[in-house]
Design a protein around this ligand. Structure first.
Ligand code: FNR
Length: 349
């Protein structure tokens, strides 16, 4: 990892109480999926292409009608006042200043409206199902009223186990307490899964939300196909940073199959394990349109608030530019994992 990013991580480790650090860095089970994420990136070589004319290049990307300066979005992360008193507003400011976008969690610890204001109206909203359609509908109406138009529906974490007690002053201030699951023979099937969303609920959601709707937490190509058939405008291939189902494949390993299934129709984004601009390059080489980063920007947040988040984004942006330059890519669309073409024609000189 880049020394500057490692120093932000060390800053977070110094500043955060052990329980908070554990919540941030934690992975499900034995950490198989979290390790798989890293290993998957490490396996993808980046082939240098010297002498390519890359002057005047850029990292711009257009997503859902907006052009961003780079393809590094801030992933939704809950309860950010755990990490810094400025909470989610710090990330929103930094994302905006860096010409990108932040996805704001349902479980944000500051009012959505304030975060959206810090982002000049450009933040995206991440939805967790609220146990039923009426409560979800109410959340959607408020998100819309607070100025969000891009909706990211996270579907890979239907069972929310209390991981640790939130300290006083930190809470999901925008939503009511999670509804208690009903009881039955099985706490999972008759309890948690009875209040979890289904494909029918996704179709319902699609009909209710008139802006771009993206499904986050997809790892199977058939689920991506189903999402697009039901009207999804984008997919985030994610294993939630290895935090939910231990044994889930690395997002990067699942990416090519999902790009093959739906990549021609909608943008496919990826998160889980991106730790450098070179990792972003690898994901784009395998067909992603953009990536989201989770823990790395929280290291910046914990170290130095908005400045730290901006620094984390800048570090990854600079690395992405350097990787592109060395790999002979002037634009994101030049990034391909394709082997040498058989019908190669040399460039005119
Ligand atoms: C998350 N993630 C997450 N996702 C989501 O959709 N809503 C949420 O509220 C949260 N909360 C959350 C808290 C913390 C502390 C972490 C680390 C992660 C998952 C997040 O959006 C993203 O999928 C992963 O963090 C990406 O992996 P990396 O970049 O952290 O490896």
């Amino acid at each position: 990892m880049n020394a500057a990013l490692a120093s932000l991580r060390a800053g977070a480790e110094r500043r955060l109480p052990a329980a908070v650090l554990n919540y941030l860095e934690g992975a499900a089970g034995d950490g198989l999926s979290a390790r798989a994420n890293r290993a998957a990136f490490d396996r993808i070589p980046i082939v240098p292409r010297p002498l390519a004319a890359v002057a005047g290049g850029d990292t711009r990307v257009t997503l859902f009608g907006r052009t961003y300066q780079h393809p590094l979005l801030l992933a939704p992360v809950a309860y950010q006042r755990l990490f810094h008193p400025d909470g989610e507003c710090a990330g929103a400011l930094a994302a905006q200043a860096q010409g990108g976008a932040m996805v704001v969690s349902t479980l944000a610890s500051l009012p959505w409206k304030e975060i959206q204001a810090a982002h000049d109206g450009g933040a995206w909203f991440q939805l967790y199902w609220q146990g039923g359609r009426a409560a979800t509908s109410e959340v959607l109406a408020r998100a819309r009223a607070d100025g969000f138009s891009v909706l990211v529906f996270t579907v890979d974490a239907p069972v929310k186990e209390a991981t640790f007690a939130l300290p006083p002053g930190v809470a999901a201030v925008n939503v009511r307490e999670q509804v208690a699951p009903p009881t039955g023979a099985s706490a999972v099937f008759d309890g948690w899964m009875a209040i979890a969303p289904t494909w029918e609920d996704f179709a319902w959601l699609r009909a209710r939300w008139d802006g771009p709707l993206i499904l986050k937490g997809i790892l199977h190509p058939d689920d991506a196909r189903c999402a697009v058939a039901l009207g999804a405008d984008g997919i985030v291939v994610s294993n939630h940073g290895g935090r939910v189902l231990d044994g889930a494949p690395a997002s990067l390993d699942a990416l090519p199959g999902i790009v093959a299934a739906v990549g021609a129709r909608v943008p496919v984004l990826l998160d889980s394990g991106v730790r450098s601009g070179a990792d972003a390059f690898r994901a784009l080489a395998l067909g992603a349109t953009a990536v989201l980063i989770g823990r790395p920007y929280v290291w910046g947040l914990a170290s130095d608030g908005a400045r730290g988040v901006a620094q984390a984004i800048r570090i990854l942006r600079d690395e992405l530019e350097m990787t592109m330059a060395l790999a002979g890519c002037r634009r994101l669309t030049d990034i391909h994992a394709a082997p040498a073409a058989e019908d190669f024609t040399p460039p005119p000189v």
